[in-house]
Write a protein of this length. Structure first.
Length: 557
């Protein structure tokens, strides 16, 4: 067991350091034990994170009562739901890197020996797990928990229903009174957005990859089990320190394969692709789009989850949560069963000891009778996206679309056009200069996609962007187009009226313009001025790479 904290508190030269710890109530006995950093992303920016400071106290107790000294600290988290649809969303993906960097700095500065990470909103989950992989100290992740669904007229609601209601109101299909009723009802408690959106997708992945305790992903934020789960996480981290099992022992190539299987089996967010690539980068595992496609093609989609399906995370929790899904997949030999996890046991051993029963339910389909025979997080390539693009096919009935482009150089321009009814059936809405560098920050387009769905155009138009989509997005929506417009990718050369074809069966996206014409357009194209000349967003734009590699920052992008 490596005890880095002795560099800080051991020996006579460290008397000043010990004095400062004693000012915070620690004694020599506390200072003789390993130090465990308990990091949380709690704040009042979003219901996803508001309970995390309280949960951190439970994790702290779990650490302290099992033989180590906990030190609580926090980092930022951006609310995607509140940042959505305006300039603030450019900060969202960037926050993932800031979260990882800030955890790294706190742990390195204070020489903590292990890490408990508690996160709630979309980017805080991968950001925390990225830091764990980067630091490679014994670490256990735990999710803050999902929100309960809102209930209106016996229908379960999520925040996505509010976004779609805005589109329906703009189209004259919904009264202002009903819009207000949906607004007042959709989010009744603390916790992360309730469907299989990005937070719940990454929570599911945290179990599949082995960084979180079995069963920790699904209990709601305000469920009494959540406190015990967080306490147990603190205790597990101390045990993991004794066993000297580190994140890169857990986050192997085979574990990432299990994560991609989970992503596809539950119909998870396309953001999961971006985040798994970034986590693999930190774990020093080479993961590519080819891996995602290979695994997707052998993975059945079995979970009937919102936004493409009918159920929320709370419903999945009632039938056994992610361990139930894992058992379904393991029983059919679809997972790498021997991957080690934070319990010190393999994923197979965890499932065998869980005594998982088969309830009567309609949420998780049999592997032999899936919703879709292949996974739903698809990679497209072609003349419009030579490096690749992504689409989520869960809940999408069509597999092909051909239409004429309507091009917008900012999300706001597209949203305004949709709100005014200027987008017609058969259009391909192109939103560009929203990529990792060009935005910067790859804004999510939920406000615009939800408005299209709310107007009844969700199955009648397509969208293509070098930005991202919320895990709550549904419809024929292609994101992460690479190379992005800002670096002169083909998406920068599209003109209104150009024909675009998308085929998810052949995984192809094409811009039907001749090479000669595109070459002429390329000659006259000029890179636009950067949107930010200084500050965090400008730094990110300078350091970030392609979405096809996870939009990670590097000293040599």
């Amino acid at each position: 067991m490596e005890i880095s904290s002795k560099n800080v508190v051991g020996g006579t030269a460290r008397a000043p350091h010990r004095a400062m710890y004693k000012a915070m109530g620690l004694d020599d006995n506390d200072l003789s034990k390993p130090f465990v950093g308990v990091c949380h992303t709690g704040n009042e920016a979003t219901p996803c994170n508001i309970l995390l400071p309280t949960l951190a106290e439970e994790a702290k107790r779990g650490v302290a009562e099992n033989g180590a000294t906990p030190r609580v600290f926090s980092t930022i988290a951006v609310s995607d739901g509140i940042a959505m649809g305006h300039e603030g969303m450019k900060s969202s993906l960037i926050s993932r890197e800031v979260i990882a960097d800030s955890i790294e700095l706190m742990v390195r500065a204070h020489q903590y020996d292990a890490i408990v990470g508690i996160a709630g909103c979309d980017k805080s989950l991968p950001g925390t797990m990225m830091a764990m992989a980067r630091l490679n100290l014994p670490s256990v992740f735990v999710y803050g928990g999902t929100i309960m669904p809102g209930i209106l007229d016996d229908k379960e609601l999520t925040v996505v229903d509010v976004y779609e209601a805005v589109g329906a109101y703009d189209a004259g299909q919904l009264s202002l009174e009903m819009l207000k009723n949906i607004e007042n009802t959709a989010c009744p408690s603390s916790g992360s957005c309730g469907g299989m959106f990005t937070a719940n997708t990454m929570a599911s992945i945290s179990e599949a990859i082995g960084l979180a305790l079995p069963g920790s992903a699904s209990p709601p934020a305000e469920d009494e089990r959540r406190n015990k789960m967080v306490y147990d996480t603190g205790a597990a981290c101390v045990k993991l320190l004794e066993l000297n099992i580190k994140p890169r022992d857990i986050m192997t190539y085979e574990a990432f394969e299990n994560s991609i299987i989970m992503l596809n089996a539950v119909g998870g967010s396309t953001n999961g692709i971006l985040h798994l690539l970034s986590m693999a980068n930190e774990a020093r595992i080479k993961l590519t789009y080819d891996d995602f496609e290979r695994i997707r093609k052998k993975t059945p989609h079995i979970a009937d989850m919102k936004p493409g399906g009918n159920y929320v995370m709370n419903s999945l929790d009632k039938i056994g949560g992610i361990p139930f899904v894992l058992k379904k997949l393991l029983d059919k030999g679809l997972l790498n069963a021997d991957c080690i996890t934070v319990t010190g046991k393999t994923i197979q051993e965890n499932i065998n000891s869980a005594n998982i029963r088969e309830p009567e339910q309609s949420i998780i389909r049999p592997v032999d009778n899936p919703i879709h025979s292949v996974g739903t997080a698809a990679i497209l390539k072609g003349s419009l996206a030579p490096e690749g693009a992504v689409i989520k096919t869960a809940g999408v009935e069509m597999t092909k679309f051909a239409g004429k482009a309507k091009v917008y150089d900012r999300e706001e321009f597209a949203f305004e056009a949709v709100s005014k009814g200027e987008v017609d059936e058969g259009d391909v809405v192109v939103i560009r200069y929203e990529g990792p560098k060009g935005g910067p920050g790859m804004r999510e387009m939920l406000a615009t996609t939800a408005a299209l769905v709310g107007q009844g155009l969700g199955k009648k138009v397509a969208m293509v962007t070098d930005g991202r989509f919320s895990g709550g997005t549904r419809g024929f929506m292609v994101g992460h187009v690479a190379p992005e417009a800002y670096v002169g990718g083909p998406i920068a050369l599209i003109k209104d009226g150009d024909k675009i074809t998308i085929d998810t069966e052949t995984a192809v996206i094409e811009l039907r313009v001749s090479e000669e014409e595109l070459a002429k357009r390329k000659e006259s194209w000029k890179k636009p001025e950067a949107n930010y000349a200084s500050g965090a967003l400008a730094k990110y734009a300078t350091l970030v790479g392609s979405a096809a590699q996870g939009a990670v920052t590097s000293a040599n992008p």
